[in-house]
Design a protein around this ligand. Structure first.
Ligand SMILES: [Zn+2]
Length: 304
């Protein structure tokens, strides 16, 4: 009896063992076929996917130029540069890509420079790509009344008249806007820039001072101001600064190097540097929170 029982037990253990082996083999077969399938799919679909992606990219690129051509400041000869810039800055709008490339922002500052095309006008642009000759002196420079300026400060007549009008209005409201630096000759800028390079090196000086010929101060259309008390670099902390924020545009002046626009202007934020551009342009720039560079590319350059 016991012997038979033992044999039966042995047999059933053997069966269980065989069943386990079968299950093991089946699961291996299942797993291996499961793995193979996606590989097969990948192999047959990858070229298709790639082709589709390529087609989509071509459509995107073509539609980019179609949209670009609708802008009156799109330059078809810049197509390759636009597309390259778009690849590197996919978050930007078409308007911004075209504007930035037209400004040469796809090149480093002080490379690909050219003589600025407009002279002696409030629409002229001088920056790290557009320069003035060493002998350029603006027409109609006039001294600013000493009441509103440190001695010897000059601006182009139209800017000077508007600056005085603005300073008078500020005074009437109980504030003080005094010119501490305005027109600067090419030679003056050479000395100033070289002095800054000596103390901060070229890279440091380039963030806050212009190289000679590239300084807006040579246009006679811009002015550094202070409130007559605290240092001009702290103008932002004065109440007069708030007054300028609300009123400067009414007299044709704009804050030329605003906060968070360093990548466009090439300069760190300067709360004291104001540029005369005329009332209409100043109003537009003030209301749309853009830089003079952007305005120039979109509205001035196409008319040259
Ligand atoms: Zn300045």
């Amino acid at each position: 009896m016991v012997k038979r029982k033992r044999r039966r037990l042995k047999k059933s253990v053997k069966n269980i063992f065989l069943l386990l082996i079968v299950v093991f083999i089946l699961s291996i077969v299942y797993l291996s076929t499961d793995k193979k399938e996606p590989v097969k799919v990948m192999k047959t679909e990858t070229p298709k996917v790639l082709k589709k992606k390529k087609e989509k990219k071509n459509i995107d690129e073509d539609s980019f130029m179609v949209s670009c051509k609708k802008l009156n400041y799109c330059k078809e000869e810049f197509e390759d540069r636009y597309k390259k810039y778009k690849e590197e800055h996919s978050n930007l709008s078409i308007e911004d890509i075209v504007t930035y490339v037209n400004l040469n922002l796809d090149y480093s500052f002080y490379t690909h420079t050219e003589k600025t095309p407009i002279l002696n006008k409030e629409t002229m642009l001088v920056n790290k790509y557009l320069y003035l000759d060493s002998d350029y002196v603006p027409d109609n420079l006039e001294a600013i009344q000493s009441e509103y300026s440190r001695s010897g400060m000059k601006l182009v007549k139209v800017a000077k008249d508007k600056f005085v009008e603005m300073s008078k209005a500020a005074k009437k409201d109980g504030y003080s806007v005094i010119a501490m630096s305005s027109y600067r000759s090419y030679k003056y800028q050479v000395n100033l820039y070289n002095r800054y390079v000596k103390s901060d090196g070229v890279n440091g000086a380039d963030t806050y001072s212009a190289r000679a010929g590239f300084s807006e101060h040579q246009t006679g259309l811009c002015v550094d101001v202070y409130d007559g008390k605290i240092d001009y670099t702290n103008f932002e902390k004065s109440k007069s600064f708030n007054w300028m924020n609300d009123n400067a545009y009414k007299y044709g002046f704009i804050l030329r190097f605003p906060k968070d626009k360093e990548n466009i202007t090439g300069y760190q934020y300067e709360s004291w540097h104001y540029r005369y551009v005329g009332e209409e342009i100043a109003k537009y720039i003030h209301e749309n929170n853009i830089t003079f560079e952007e305005y120039y590319v979109r509205f001035i350059e196409p008319t040259i």
